[in-house]
Design a protein around this ligand. Structure first.
Ligand code: SAH
Length: 280
C-alpha cells in the first residue's frame, strides 16, 4: 500500500479515540467507501490541472473523477501531467452540468477558496474527509472543485450541502486546483486509514482496541505494582494514578498493547517479590 507504519499506526490509534469511534461500525467492506466517493472538477480551464488532479487522486487510493464541461478534454497535456495515473483519466466521466454529476449523490461538498462568503455550513478538510467516509458508508458522496479563475458559481454552490475551505493564508488563499484536490484526497485517505477502510493491507488489523474491563484490569495491576515497588513513598497514590490513567486512556491502547504492558508489570511485581516483597 506504500504507507509508512507510522502513518498506519497513528491513524489506527485515532480510530480508537472516542470522537471517531462510531465510524468503526461502518457496514461496508474496505474498498467500498473509496468507490463511493467521486471528485468532480467543474469547468476546468487547464487540461494540465485535470491530469495533476488524477495523479493526486491515485496517490491517495481514489479513482473516481468526473469532469463537468472541461474546456479541453481529452488532452495530451492532461495525460502528461497524470504521470501514470492514466487509468483514472481514461475512466473519467465527462458531463455537461454539475447537477447531472451529483444527481445520485447523498452528500455533496463544494470546495471554495473564499471562506465564509457562501451561505453554507463550512467544514475543514479534515472534517469533510470524515464526513465523506461516514456518509460514504451508506450512499454516494461528491467533492466538488471549481474553475481556476472563478471557482464555483453561486448556483453551483447551491447544489452543495456544505462548503469546504482549506484554511490557507487569508491574504493568498487560492490554491492551485490540483493542489486543493491533493489536500482533500490526503485527508480522505487519512480518514479511511483511521477507520480501517484500508484494512486488508494493514498489519494492525487484528489489533482490536482494549475494552473498558481490560483497561481497568491493567490499572488495578498498575496500582498494585506501584505499591510493590514503593513508588509512592508515603504520598497518597490517587494523584499519580489519575495522571497515569489519563495518559493511558489518551493513547487508545489495543488489546495487544495492554497484554504487553501487563507482562512488564508482572515482571516488575516478580522482581519486587524477589527483592523482598512490599517495602512499605
Ligand atoms: N479564484 C478562484 C479560485 C479558484 S481555485 C476563487 O476565488 O474561487 C480552483 C478551485 O480550487 C476552487 O474553486 C476550489 O474548488 C479549490 N480551492 C482552491 N483553494 C482552495 C481553498 N483554500 N480551500 C478550498 N478549496 C480551494
Amino acid at each position: 500500500m506504500g504507507t509508512s507504519g507510522k502513518e498506519r499506526h497513528g491513524a489506527k490509534t485515532g480510530a480508537r479515540s472516542l470522537t471517531s469511534a462510531p465510524m468503526k461500525t461502518s457496514p461496508l467492506p474496505p474498498v467500498a467507501v473509496a468507490s463511493r466517493l467521486r471528485v468532480v472538477l467543474v469547468g476546468t480551464q487547464h487540461p494540465g490541472n485535470i491530469g495533476a488532479a488524477a495523479r493526486a487522486l491515485k496517490t491517495m487510493g481514489l479513482s473516481r473523477l468526473v469532469l463537468v464541461d472541461p474546456q479541453q478534454f481529452p488532452s495530451d497535456e492532461a495525460f502528461r501531467r497524470a504521470a501514470g495515473a492514466d487509468d483514472v483519466l481514461a475512466s473519467a466521466e465527462v458531463l455537461a452540468t454539475l447537477a447531472e454529476a451529483v444527481a445520485d449523490c447523498h452528500f455533496v461538498m463544494g470546495c471554495t477558496a473564499r471562506s465564509r462568503r457562501v451561505a453554507l455550513d463550512e467544514l475543514s478538510p479534515r472534517a469533510a474527509a470524515q464526513q465523506a467516509v461516514e456518509r460514504g458508508a451508506s450512499g454516494e458522496v461528491a467533492l466538488v472543485f471549481g474553475r481556476e479563475r472563478t471557482g464555483l458559481t453561486n448556483e453551483e454552490l447551491q447544489l452543495c450541502h456544505v462548503a469546504v475551505h482549506i484554511p490557507a493564508n487569508p491574504e493568498y488563499s487560492s490554491l492551485n486546483l490540483a493542489a486543493a484536490v491533493q489536500v482533500l484526497a490526503y485527508e480522505v485517505r487519512v480518514a479511511m486509514l483511521a477507520t480501517d477502510q484500508l484494512a486488508p493491507s494493514s498489519p494492525f488489523v487484528e489489533d482490536a482496541s482494549a475494552s473498558h474491563a481490560q483497561l481497568e484490569g491493567m490499572f488495578a495491576q498498575l496500582g498494585q505494582t506501584l505499591d510493590q515497588i514503593d513508588f509512592h513513598k508515603g504520598r497518597a497514590p490517587d494523584s499519580a494514578m489519575r495522571k497515569l490513567r489519563r495518559l493511558f486512556l489518551r493513547t487508545g491502547l489495543s488489546e495487544q498493547e495492554v497484554r504487553l504492558l501487563r507482562g512488564i508489570l508482572a515482571d516488575a511485581q516478580r522482581m519486587a517479590r524477589l527483592a523482598g516483597g512490599k517495602t512499605e
